[in-house]
Write a protein that binds this ligand. Structure first.
Ligand code: AMP
Length: 419
């Protein structure tokens, strides 16, 4: 019996897993540099948290959640996104009672029962951040910068930031009335009408060509913003200009969650085909109170690690030597020599270099030199050293640069300064 991974999961094995580690680290780095703190949360939660948090009108809740009963008869769901769990934890542990804003970042696996295709998986990976408890538009700009900077640090260029505002409750209620009036002029099928009733904005997200055409003349929220919402949004745009972050305003942008309010955005890569969103987020000013906490606002994003990797690969910006050793050290095994002695010496040299931060691979076993050199070549290590009786007694080795084939004589004690 040969087992296979479940359908549609994304997994990373060497050597590509080094790219995964690299990209995930790069996506977290700007958040760390801005004082956001790390959070590690469970991959499953009470089903009610997501039904409530993500919203009953969304595809995620209606058809994509991995929900099951645990042994105690509780309804459990594998997390389809990160924000609801963070809010749950912030409320449960009282983080919102301390210094505001609460600024956190996290990374991990998320689960949605979607139809798998390139860039769309049933288990996928996200890095996310949240900033909770601040209305200041400056935090909106900071949050967007954290994502933009992460993409730039990786070297990704071919993306655009799409942005809109879903306004405050007053603006949304004004718009909602007009939108519902507009829907009366359309001949909506039952299911679509039902979705529109749960969240009228949801129909902007409908990918069917006839719906896209029908929504062409729909009133957009951006035209219904009251002064307060408009002023907030304009300040966000000013700050983005000051940060030299380019954006396009897309008044029809809707995200797959019901909790968004105010500033809402998505990063779209131009080289990925159908699954082009590499990250997205926005404000959720009612989510915390909706989940039983204080009435605090928040803003955050989730970036898809899998799709960021695809984008970086499309743009060929991944460093080529990720995960490769600095040095491949070969203890030379001869038929008459003292093999144990040489192997022990090699081990000591490797340990010392590793403890100084170098990545050192050892050749194992009693393979002939030719085989060991082949292994060194395959490993992608930058340098190779062969350690035999002569080298050990003279304290001097030949350091070979693998890319050029050039060698140079170096004292063993001085290897650290040469690799
Ligand atoms: P969302 O949580 O839907 O806003 O998604 C945030 C980001 O996660 C998206 O922009 C994608 O990059 C990524 N993402 C969402 N769903 C999937 C999926 N099924 N497979 C791979 N990546 C995904």
């Amino acid at each position: 019996m040969n087992f296979q991974a479940p359908k549609g999961v994304s997994e990373y094995i060497p050597p590509r897993s080094a790219i995964f580690e690299f990209v995930r680290e790069q996506l977290c780095a700007p958040a760390k540099s801005a004082g956001y703190r790390y959070m590690e949360l469970p991959v499953f939660e009470d089903t009610g948290l997501f039904a409530r948090g993500v919203g009953e009108s969304t595809d995620i809740v209606t058809k994509e959640m991995y929900t099951f009963e645990d042994r105690g008869g509780r309804s459990i769901t594998l997390r389809p996104e990160g924000t609801a769990g963070v809010m749950r934890a912030v409320i449960e542990h009282g983080l919102d009672r301390g210094q505001l804003p609460v600024k956190v970042f996290y990374s991990g696996a998320y689960f949605r029962a979607e139809r798998p295709q390139k860039g769309r998986y049933r288990q996928f990976y996200q890095v996310g951040i949240e900033a909770i408890g601040l209305e200041d538009p400056l935090i909106d700009a900071e949050v967007i910068w954290l994502a933009d900077q992460a993409f730039k640090n990786i070297g990704i260029r071919n993306y655009r930031l799409e942005l809109t505002s879903l306004g405050d409750a007053e603006s949304r209620s004004l718009h909602r009335k007009e939108l519902l009036k507009f829907y009366e002029t359309l001949d909506l099928d039952e299911a679509t009408a039902a979705r529109a009733k749960l969240n009228p904005l949801r129909l902007f997200d409908d990918k069917r060509p006839e719906m896209i055409a029908a929504m062409d003349k729909a009133p957009v929220l951006l035209d219904y913003l009251n002064e307060k919402s408009k002023s907030h949004f304009n300040k966000v745009l000013q700050y983005l200009d000051a940060l030299e972050i380019k954006y396009v305003i897309n008044p029809k942008l809707v995200r797959g969650f019901d909790y968004y309010t105010g500033t809402t955005f998505e990063f779209v890569h131009t080289g990925l085909g159908a699954q082009s969103a590499i990250g997205g987020g926005g404000r959720y000013d009612k989510l915390m109170s909706e989940l039983g906490g204080q009435d605090l606002s928040g803003i955050g994003w989730g970036i898809g690690v899998d799709r960021t990797i695809l984008a970086a690969e499309v743009e060929s910006v991944i460093p080529v030597d990720l995960g490769n050793a600095d040095l491949f050290l070969i203890p030379l095994v001869t038929s008459n020599g003292d093999q144990k002695n040489i192997q022990e010496a090699a081990m000591r040299i490797a340990v010392e270099l590793r403890n100084s931060g170098k990545v050192v691979e050892l050749a194992f076993g009693d393979r002939a030199l030719k085989g060991a050199m082949k292994a060194a070549d395959k490993s992608g290590a930058k340098y190779v050293v062969v350690l035999g009786e002569n080298e050990l007694s003279s304290g001097q080795v030949e350091l070979k640069t693998m890319s050029t084939g050039q060698t140079k004589s170096v004292r063993i004690s001085d290897l650290i300064n040469n690799i």
